[in-house]
Design a binder for this molecule. Structure first.
Ligand code: NAD
Length: 352
């Protein structure tokens, strides 16, 4: 099956969770992570072409629901995503998402997709893309603190893109670490369960924090972070929800996706509003330096930005061609005479 051209489209391709999983298996998980890393890097290289705005967040005591829109003038995308740390204890996902891609010329949607699975992949790919520019050369060991839904994707992206071969794993819940160790068996990674975050960071050149707690947490304290380390901070992505002690931020060179959003949501909400940060897209284009010396601490203050979702949806759309891994969604009222919407309704009157 081939995806219809925009003009001939009377249905919107819809990628369900089931079909997304089939697509990932068809492409291969690690090749997909590598492909997404390259696609996201290409989008960051084209950064000025995108309309950018901080995401629109609806906060509640237990979580947040966000809309993340962007356009490059040809394709428009938005993602609906939530973040509810308490969900996990109720047997629900902390993060779920779906997203839409549209043709800017007609305004017609051209793809609707689940994005819970895709967000895990694109977040891992964005982390790997950042680390490709920021991590110490020849990094082989990563500490993975927080072993929940995102964790295996993070580990595999760092293996596939950077050549990480050893993971030092810690979670306050040992069952989460056991789950991650089991899931990564046979992946080629050596996964070492650790009894504390201090033990996890020992000998690690990259430290990924990916915990979920709606508070100013201190997953890493200043004394735990030595020199020559890259920190990939994933879980601090909401006002009042951070993972790192402020003193670590003061010792690090900090890299962000979109400052207007990260200053509100990221680790740097703890710093003065004019604290210097480097935009990742400028590192990708060569306009700013990534790691300057082997000994420094670099920090990717990840919150997730709409451009990454745009790139991920475009990647999925391309991979869907010549597959049947989508449903035909009757989402668009598309009468033969575009002015005769009412006539279409009348002709659809059920026979008595
Ligand atoms: P999850 O609930 O599945 O897993 C979180 C894990 O963190 C759990 O296993 C929990 O036991 C552990 N944890 C909580 N407090 C801890 C602590 N103090 N020390 C060690 N472990 C601790 O959540 P998830 O889907 O894996 O998401 C993880 C985080 O990443 C969330 O905060 C989410 O909002 C964030 N996230 C960020 C991005 C981004 O682009 N930056 C994208 C997706 C998710």
């Amino acid at each position: 099956m081939t995806l219809p051209a925009p003009s001939a489209r009377a249905f919107v391709p819809f990628v369900s969770v089931e079909n997304m999983m089939r697509l990932i298996h068809q492409v291969g998980l690690e090749p997909m992570l590598i492909g997404l890393t390259d696609a996201i890097e290409d989008a960051f290289r084209r950064w000025p072409a995108f309309d950018k705005t901080p995401r629109v967040a609806a906060h509640s005591t237990e979580g947040v629901i966000e809309l993340m829109p962007t356009s490059d003038g040809i394709h428009y995308a938005f993602k609906y995503v939530n973040g509810h740390p308490k969900n996990m204890k109720e047997g629900l996902q902390t993060v779920t998402a779906f997203g839409l891609l549209a043709d800017v010329d007609t305004g017609y949607p051209i793809l609707l997709s689940e994005m819970t699975m895709l967000t895990a992949l694109r977040t891992a790919a964005t982390s790997a893309m950042a680390a490709r520019h920021l991590a110490p050369k020849d990094a082989r060991v990563m500490a993975m603190i927080g072993n929940g839904a995102q964790s295996e994707f993070q580990c595999l992206a760092f293996k596939a893109v950077l050549g990480i071969d050893t993971i030092r794993a810690y979670d306050i819940d040992p069952a989460a670490t056991r789950k991650m160790v089991g899931n990564l068996a046979g992946s080629g990674l050596t996964v070492i369960p650790c009894a504390s975050p201090e033990e996890a960071v020992e000998g690690a050149q990259i430290v990924t924090t990916c915990t979920a707690d709606k508070q100013y947490a201190t997953i890493l304290t200043d004394n735990m972070v030595g020199s020559a380390v890259h920190i990939n901070a994933i879980g601090g992505d909401c006002p009042g929800k951070t993972e790192l002690h402020r003193d670590i931020l003061l010792r690090s060179r900090i890299f962000v996706e979109y400052p207007d959003q990260t200053r509100v949501e990221g680790e740097i909400q703890q710093l003065d509003p004019d604290h210097p940060v480097t935009e990742l897209w400028q590192v990708v284009t060569g306009a700013a330096e990534g790691r300057q010396s082997q000994g420094e601490i670099t920090l990717f203050d990840s919150v997730g930005f709409a451009v990454e979702d745009h790139a991920a949806l475009m990647f999925v759309r391309e991979k869907l061609h010549a597959t049947d891994l989508y449903d035909r969604l009757d989402l668009l009222a598309d009468p033969d005479d575009p002015r005769d919407l009412f006539g279409m309704l009348v002709r659809a009157t059920p026979a008595r």
